[in-house]
Design a protein around this ligand. Structure first.
Ligand SMILES: NC(=O)c1ccc[n+]([C@@H]2O[C@H](COP(=O)([O-])OP(=O)(O)OC[C@H]3O[C@@H](n4cnc5c(N)ncnc54)[C@H](O)[C@@H]3O)[C@@H](O)[C@H]2O)c1
Ligand SMILES: [Zn+2]
Length: 350
């Protein structure tokens, strides 16, 4: 088992290893005081893994409740969120109980937001089962649901007490869902670690999962440790996300998050090169990385459609928005744009 410490306002460990779901109970008992746990999962992950998680928790002395919602980003909304809260209330969950989010980023974000807000906050642990959730979303305490107006528009910062990543769970991921995690991995390398990119490019990722998850978590932990509430450098993690979120929204969430981010990184870098924020050759590296891992590079939407979707993004601050660009490979910076600047950026992206 590999363990990485996250030093946010509350410190917590991320445990990474094969077969860890069967140790959930013993590990969770070290992280939370409660002995009653509401496991929240989705309709795909539940039948595969919830039985093992509940059995492990019960063996360690927890009583368990299980809530399963229909899988998919289109269900990461207020309706599902409110059903989770009602389930907690009907089962008389209290602030001394805890929540376990078992699944991908959709489950982690939504169960985390329910934990953050139910009775003003209960402890929770993250049990990521996608490569994306393990490498990115389960760490750092951003929780949210989507609104009609856009992605993640209602949410809270609420750090988990522990993250347990059983890398064996990735064996049941589709190629597409695995690739979603690769997109965030490439993002981490592009914004923060050129050597990591050099490692990734020739690697067989499925054979290097523990090392890759570990490096992702180390990068994320460093960024979160420095700027937990995204006042500055944490914004770099949004590389590819302003236009990526716009693509997700334009597709009614049929384009998955990682795939949208992959295209978003290409678009942002094309615009950045054309507008002089990134040196020549940067776009070529981003495109090659996407192609190497079977990630898309073409945007199916017009600049106007992207602008309309992106101008409602929550990263918009008054009349301006921060977009992330690459100063060089392995180093990011933000550029503040007004709405005309965002329009020009979006036009230069295509
Ligand atoms: N909070 C953050 O910091 C942060 C960071 C990045 C992404 N996100 C969010 O994460 C979400 C995307 O996460 P995701 O890609 O994990 O999506 P997801 O949770 O929808 O999972 C993708 C699909 O894989 C299925 N699945 C999950 N684990 C499985 C397994 N082991 N075997 C078989 N199927 C499995 C799910 O049921 C789902 O159908 C987006 O909503 C995005 O906004 C949040
Ligand atoms: Zn993301």
């Amino acid at each position: 088992m590999i363990s990485v410490q996250v030093n946010a306002s509350s410190a917590y460990p991320v445990h990474i290893g094969a077969g860890l779901l069967d140790q959930t109970g013993g590990l969770a008992a070290q992280a939370v005081k409660s002995r009653r746990c509401a496991v929240v999962t989705d309709s795909t992950v539940g039948p595969l893994y919830a039985g093992r998680v509940c059995a492990s928790l019960e063996k360690a002395g927890f009583s368990t409740l299980l809530y399963t919602f229909p899988a998919g980003e289109q269900n990461k909304n207020i309706t599902t969120y409110s059903k989770i809260l009602e389930f907690f209330a009907q089962n008389r969950l209290t602030r001394s109980d805890c929540v376990a989010a078992l699944g991908g980023g959709v489950t982690g974000d939504m169960a985390g937001f329910a934990a953050a807000t139910y009775q003003r906050g209960v402890d929770y642990i993250q049990l990521p089962t996608t490569f994306l959730a393990a490498s990115d979303s389960s760490v750092g305490g951003k929780t949210a649901v989507d609104l009609e107006a856009g992605k993640n528009l209602a949410g809270a910062f609420w750090q988990p007490k522990m993250v347990i990543c059983d890398t064996d769970t990735f064996s049941t991921l589709s190629t597409e869902t695995f690739a979603d995690g690769v997109a965030e991995t490439v993002k981490h390398a592009l914004i923060k670690d050129r050597e990591f990119l050099d490692f990734l490019m020739p690697a067989d990722l499925r054979q290097s999962i523990p090392q890759v998850v570990r490096r992702n978590v180390e990068i994320k932990a460093a960024v979160v440790g420095e700027d937990e509430f995204e006042r500055g450098t944490r914004k770099f993690l949004n590389f590819g996300h302003t236009l990526g979120h716009a693509i997700e929204k334009c597709s009614s969430y049929r384009v998955t998050h990682g795939h949208a981010v992959a295209i978003g990184m290409v678009l942002a870098t094309r615009a950045a090169e054309r507008l002089g924020y990134s040196p020549a050759g940067t776009l070529d590296t981003v495109i090659k990385a996407n192609q190497r891992f079977g990630l898309p590079i073409e945007c199916p939407y017009t600049a106007q459609a992207l602008y309309d979707a992106a101008s409602g993004d929550k990263k918009r601050d008054g009349g301006s928005i921060d977009v992330v660009v690459l100063e060089e490979i392995g180093k990011a910076k933000t550029v503040r744009l007004d709405m005309d600047g965002l329009r020009a950026f979006t036009e230069a992206a295509l």
